[in-house]
Design a protein. Structure first.
Length: 663
């Protein structure tokens, strides 16, 4: 019997294990937590749920916290988990203005801060809090009262180096019914913007409405010299047949559609513009130079460049010869927004020669087309002109010509039951309305949005605008993915919105990292609201608060700290105004004339205290210890905060800085 015991035990164990595995297989799988926190806003008896990367918030006085609520006082509630690998003690600190704040962890109330008063910012810090290994339930709430509303939550292990909670440690449940409903409405609102619905169906004017209300379309002024007739005719007939991602609807239907498209294209082809620059060269040297430039500019992120396999969502260059006259492609590449302010094609501040080389490379792999001549008879041109005026084209496209097309304002459109008109999934035979061929999920979301309150179209929500634009412009295809491109999620808490606006608009007069080959693309039409939205997403205002006067007693101290004589020898790797870095070892640093103009002050402090906490691969050394002490004890008593002040006041001189003496 003793010999059978192991066998019997193994049999029972195997049966139990099989039953357990079978039960697990039949049980529904647990949803994997998603990054970020749930954030629910409430105002006037209504609520709206969205997601947030952290416990950060900034809502200017008189502005809505979300487009789905009216302006006024509001409450905000964050919920989710703070997940840590090891048990430990942490301090939490909130910077607050314009309301009261509460913080809970694992059901314990840690902070309950009253409203500090209009225009007054205050800080509140917890005692050391023990966090358990794994998920810790986090809840935070804010109740606005008056003035600008600001919340920025930070943590610290010792109460010295304060930093944002790393966003990868904050998670939420993916299954939330309120969030699912709200996301559908947001998708519908975005679909209305992208389809330019309000260009035909007007909404009430708003002084501070969503920036997308101003989105344009390519101007028709002089388009006859910029685009081939045959391509315009094909595009007008069916935009989706030319580009799968086209937002323009199909406007022409029935037996006369092709002739109508030809007539409109013929009229547009008769609209000339000034002569273009000399045609781009097509020799082998120009093509090779263009290929190298395309690689530097990362054209492959949005386009199928010559030599690469097609990928879903990327625009091929196969149509460029059919679309552009030879002399006009380089002109477009150099300044894409000249005739279309809201184009997603960025400007890279190219020289005329660079644009010609890139055009040569792009055209080298595109088939040549025998161009069909445009009709020039008066009857066809008159017909095209009339169709242009009566079909709705001029609601989106600019041209000095009377627009004779009118549609009912959006407020007068009823959306109930089976949608009709532009939103109909199956237009009846003979219907003349525009057909968008939208993804079904987008169409349903647009219907759901328009069936409810439409006021959100006219409300500004900078944080959501920045999210939409950074996604549509594919910012994260480079940022956080390619070497030398900082993660996008860090930008809003790092850079001042004024400087970001210049960066996004392409108006900076210097390149901060001049040693890098790649260039920051510019999108002038979006620059200011995008910068503001990114800043607000981190709890910063649209305008950086004005600092007091520069402390002239600290300036020479800061100068000394940067130098080699009793300082940190920063000038070895960093230039200071006109003085070049003296001894770059592995990586050059930014010129000290730039940080105070570029950086938020608290980011500057965090970076100097411990750059490795922000970028683990940085070559920048750590000079200060965990207790906030400097190795240079003879300067301001070795107090790190005082030394940071001295560095900052020196750098606030900008391009007027006087470099430290070179030893």
């Amino acid at each position: 019997m003793s010999k059978l015991k192991p066998t019997l035990f193994a049999t029972v164990l195997a049966a139990f294990t099989f039953a357990l595995l079978a039960a697990r297989a039949q049980a529904p799988a647990k949803s994997k937590p998603e990054a970020g926190l749930l954030l629910t806003f409430t105002s006037g008896g209504k609520s709206d749920t969205t997601t947030a990367p952290n416990v950060w918030l900034h809502v200017p006085a008189g502005q809505s916290p979300t487009p789905f609520l009216e302006p006024g006082t509001f409450s905000a509630a964050w919920s989710g988990n703070l997940v840590v690998d090891l048990r430990g003690d942490f301090f939490f600190r909130v910077e607050l203005s314009g309301g009261g704040f509460k913080l809970e962890l694992n059901g314990t109330n840690l902070l309950d801060v009253a409203h500090p008063g209009p225009g007054v910012a205050s800080f509140a810090t917890t005692r050391p809090i023990r966090l358990s290994k794994g998920a810790n339930v986090l809840g935070a709430s804010f109740s606005s009262t008056a003035g600008d509303a600001t919340v920025r939550l930070q943590w610290s292990e010792k109460g010295i180096l304060w930093e944002p909670i790393p966003r990868q440690l904050l998670t939420r449940s993916p299954a939330d019914a309120a969030l699912a409903r709200a996301e559908k409405l947001r998708l519908g609102r975005e679909g209305v913007f992208e389809s330019r619905c309000v260009k035909c169906h007007a909404v009430p004017a708003a002084d501070n409405g969503a920036p997308e209300l101003a989105m344009d379309a390519p101007s028709f002024e002089g388009i006859g010299s910029r685009r081939h007739f045959a391509w315009m005719a094909s595009w007008i007939l069916d935009p989706k047949s030319q580009r799968a991602t086209a937002h323009m609807p199909k406007l022409l239907h029935g037996a006369t559609a092709k002739d109508d498209a030809d007539a409109i294209a013929a009229f547009l082809a008769s609209l000339p513009s000034p002569a273009a620059e000399q045609a781009a060269p097509s020799d082998a040297d120009a093509v090779e130079a263009g290929k190298q430039l395309a690689d530097k500019l990362k054209c492959c992120v949005c386009h199928v460049v010559p030599g690469n396999e097609p990928e879903p969502g990327k625009l091929p260059f196969k149509q460029v010869n059919a679309k552009f006259p030879p002399s006009r492609l380089a002109e477009f590449i150099r300044n894409p927004a000249e005739h279309f302010a809201w184009t997603r094609m960025p400007r890279f501040n190219m020289t005329a020669e660079e644009a010609q080389h890139l055009a040569a490379f792009i055209r080298s792999d595109a088939p040549m087309f025998k161009q069909r001549g445009a009709p020039t008879d008066a009857a066809t041109l008159a017909r095209g002109r009339h169709l242009l005026q009566t079909t709705g084209c001029l609601n989106c496209h600019a041209l000095k010509l009377e627009n004779q097309f009118k549609a009912r304002p959006l407020a007068q459109l009823a959306v109930a039951g089976e949608p009709l008109g532009c939103l109909s999934p199956k237009p009846p035979e003979g219907a003349r309305h525009p057909r968008y061929a939208q993804d079904e999920a987008v169409r349903e979301a647009v219907v759901a949005f328009l069936a409810g309150d439409r006021a959100p179209l006219s409300r500004l929500a900078p944080v959501e605008f920045a999210e939409r634009q950074s996604r549509q412009l594919q910012c994260t295809a480079c940022h956080g993915q390619l070497e030398g491109f900082p993660p996008l999620e860090r930008v809003g808490g790092k850079l001042k919105p004024e400087w970001m606006t210049k960066l996004f608009a392409g108006t900076l007069t210097y390149k901060p990292r001049h040693w890098l080959d790649h260039r920051m693309p510019s999108f002038a039409s979006r620059a200011a609201p995008l910068a503001v939205g990114l800043a607000m997403s981190h709890g910063y205002a649209a305008t950086t608060p004005v600092e007091g006067p520069i402390n002239n007693e600290l300036v020479p101290v800061g100068q000394k700290l940067l130098g080699t004589d009793g300082g940190f020898s920063c000038t070895s790797c960093h230039s200071t105004g006109p003085q070049k870095a003296t001894q770059v070892f592995e990586a050059e640093g930014l010129n000290f004339a730039y940080p105070a103009e570029r950086l938020q002050r608290d980011y500057f402090d965090r970076w100097i205290l411990n750059p490795l906490r922000i970028v683990p691969t940085t070559k920048m050394p750590v000079y200060f210890d965990d207790d906030g002490r400097s190795p240079l004890m003879d300067v301001l008593g070795g107090d790190a905060r005082k030394q940071l002040d001295a560095l900052w006041h020196f750098m606030r001189l900008g391009d007027k800085v006087t470099p430290p003496p070179v030893q």
